[in-house]
Design a protein around this ligand. Structure first.
Ligand code: HEC
Length: 586
């Protein structure tokens, strides 16, 4: 191993500044944006640190001496430079090192820093990391690598007159923060960590990935429900050529965890019907893309896609309701639409399922259905969805076009109710009209459990312009009877960053039930537990939403605004729907 010893402190700085003054030797290395969850389930994305001047990233490994020595130095560095807009993150690219083991490792050295868990190793791979203990300085806006190399010079204990190692990373940081033109030095010693054991290398060492047998099945499982002709996504995966052409973009959306959409923290809770991609699938797709996204032979199973199925999949509904049609322009932002439909039921009905026959799948992104008091004025847009008069029934989020309640449960739609709808549209590049129909299915008899949608609501907050981590909480009234929790549909508008819901038990203890770590305004889903969860009488639900009102939030409609609660896209909401079941008769 190459060990280089330099005189400490000022000399190193001058050396770097001198380098900086020289004509450009090499352009800064380009990297990509990336995103990962840390050991506590918090989502970190490089570009979301756009308000910061520099992101320091250090490759960590549990039990490694080089990491253990570096961690306290990095924590101290974070303290020293926080005020100057520096964020320090650790990266753990070891698939077998779990969250719990990382928490334990950091506790053992008395350090608390976010450790990004790169279990599919795609971030380390993107940064071309070869050993642990390598340190980076990244520009969160351009994603450029401004520095890569060791944290400092490793001082050999035998060397008496250089007791202080040269802090290479810190010197680079000082130059970068001072705005000095800065070049990566080419003669830095290698980092002293251990080699990263990349799974893709052993897995694909002696063979090519098969497009037909390996890639297409992943795309069909994870992507083509939406990326289909006339589907919801803006482009269809209909051929190898198409996928190959899009492959740099596919790589980016995978590494930033934008696609598949709506990801929650899968390590908390067991979930049904969530879009997600496994580490193995991710490793395979990224390796295939990095190897040129090629196919073998002429056959292309992607061209054999099914057409969009527009029939009522649950059979002919008992009642079909037309949602009033809406004209959507080709471009721009469309505000939420609130609409109403008269029902004129002749008796109370137990709903067993709701189905959606979507008019234009390319523009309708979500649709909430409420049972509403008909005396509310149709022009009273707040009243039509206000939880005081309107009870949430069901949510359409593509691609699922039906929602059947469990066989032993149903929603009681009272005879004196109408329906109201909250619709969110995106523009799709052409003028279009969406005329969606909703099908209701009724039960012949009362079910064992009534579906009730509890809402945790908070209406009193105000978020300052540019605030990137504004936390709000709300708690429900305690449940009078035992309930079974079935699913969660947390909702915010464009400033939403993350959300979580916990159970608060009668003894005061709390347990987190869902962590929507990577909230995306485009994807407000209903997350269903694999098994219902019992909450004893006297328990309540506590919700938390974190808002990002800064310009680094790519969804933010206006980072200059003081934001309050309201119904338009420019306002915010805090309303989390939790579906619970209560025995009928309670
Ligand atoms: C639930 C539907 C759905 C699934 C599943 C899905 N996508 Fe998408 N995809 C969309 C939509 C809708 C968009 C448009 C952007 C948005 O709304 O977030 C999109 C956009 C994209 C884009 C373009 C991004 C851009 O900025 O233009 C890529 C690339 C992409 N998806 C790849 C994938 C891949 C790869 C998978 C599977 C691993 C996948 N998607 C799964 C719905 C989906």
């Amino acid at each position: 191993m190459k060990i280089s010893i330099r005189k400490p402190g000022l000399f190193g700085l001058i050396f770097l500044l001198v380098c900086a003054a020289l004509p450009s030797l090499a352009a800064a290395q380009r990297s990509t944006d990336f995103a990962l969850l840390d050991q506590h389930g918090v989502f970190h994305q490089l570009s979301r640190y756009g308000e910061s001047d520099a992101v320091v990233l250090f490759v960590q490994g549990n039990g490694e001496e080089s990491s253990r020595q570096a961690l306290p130095l990095l924590q101290a560095l974070q303290e020293r430079y926080r005020e100057q807009g520096v964020v320090v993150l650790l990266l753990n690219p070891h698939p077998t090192q779990t969250r719990a083991s990382v928490i334990q490792e950091l506790a053992s050295v008395g350090v608390e820093l976010p450790v990004l868990l790169d279990s599919a190793q795609v971030v380390a791979r993107s940064l071309k990391v070869e050993t642990s203990a390598e340190a980076f300085i990244l520009d969160p806006e351009s994603h450029d690598v401004l520095y890569r190399g060791p944290l400092d010079s490793q001082v050999s204990t035998a060397d008496a007159d250089s007791a202080q190692p040269t802090p290479y990373l810190e010197n680079a940081l000082i130059a970068i923060l001072a705005g000095d033109e800065f070049e990566l030095a080419s003669d830095l010693p290698a980092p002293s960590g251990t080699a990263i054991d990349y799974l893709y290398r052993s897995r694909f060492a002696d063979r090519q990935i098969s497009y037909q047998d390996e890639i297409v099945p992943i795309l069909k499982r994870r992507c083509t429900t939406c990326h289909i002709e006339n589907g919801l996504a803006p482009w269809a995966m209909v051929s190898h050529r198409m996928v190959q052409g899009w492959s740099p973009m596919i790589r980016e959306v995978l590494v930033t965890h934008r696609m598949p959409p709506g990801q929650i923290d899968m390590l908390e809770g067991e979930w049904d019907n969530v879009h997600q991609i496994s580490d193995d699938e991710l490793i395979t797709l990224v390796h295939w893309i990095d190897s040129g996204a090629r196919r073998e032979g002429d056959a292309d199973p992607l061209t054999e896609q099914l057409a969009v199925d527009d029939s009522w999949k649950l059979g002919e509904p008992d009642l079909i309701i037309d949602v009033p049609a809406e004209t959507i322009p080709a471009t721009g932002m469309v505000d939420f639409k609130i609409k109403r439909a008269d029902l004129a039921l002749d008796k109370d009905q137990w709903i067993s399922a709701v189905a959606y026959n979507v008019g234009d799948k390319s523009v309708l992104h979500s649709l909430l259905v409420f049972a509403v008091d008909p005396s509310i004025d149709q022009k009273d847009l707040v009243g039509l969805v206000d939880p005081d008069n309107a009870e949430f029934i069901s949510l359409y989020v593509p691609p699922r076009t039906e929602e059947a309640f469990a066989a032993d449960s149903g929603f009681l739609l009272r005879q004196d109710r109408d329906l109201s709808f909250k619709l969110r549209y995106v523009t799709g590049g052409r003028d279009t009209v969406d005329a969606t129909r909703i099908g209701l299915y009724f039960r012949d008899s009362a079910p064992e459990y009534a579906v009730r949608n509890v809402i945790t609501l908070n209406t009193g907050f105000s978020i300052a312009p540019g605030e990137d981590n504004h936390v709000e909480r709300a708690q429900t009234e305690p449940f009078e009877h035992e309930v079974l929790v079935e699913s969660f549909a947390p909702q915010t508008h464009t400033r939403g960053k993350s959300m979580s819901i916990s159970a608060r038990y009668p003894d005061g203890s709390e347990k987190r039930l869902i962590n929507v770590a990577n909230y995306n305004f485009n994807w407000q889903m209903n997350y269903k537990l694999r098994e219902r969860m019992r909450l004893p009488a006297g328990s309540s639900l506590v919700s938390e939403t974190v808002y990002d009102n800064s310009a680094s939030n790519p969804q933010n409609v206006d980072a200059e605004a003081q934001v309050k609660v309201g119904i338009t896209t420019y306002d915010e909401i805090f309303s989390h729907f939790v579906r619970v079941l209560e025995p009928v008769g309670n």
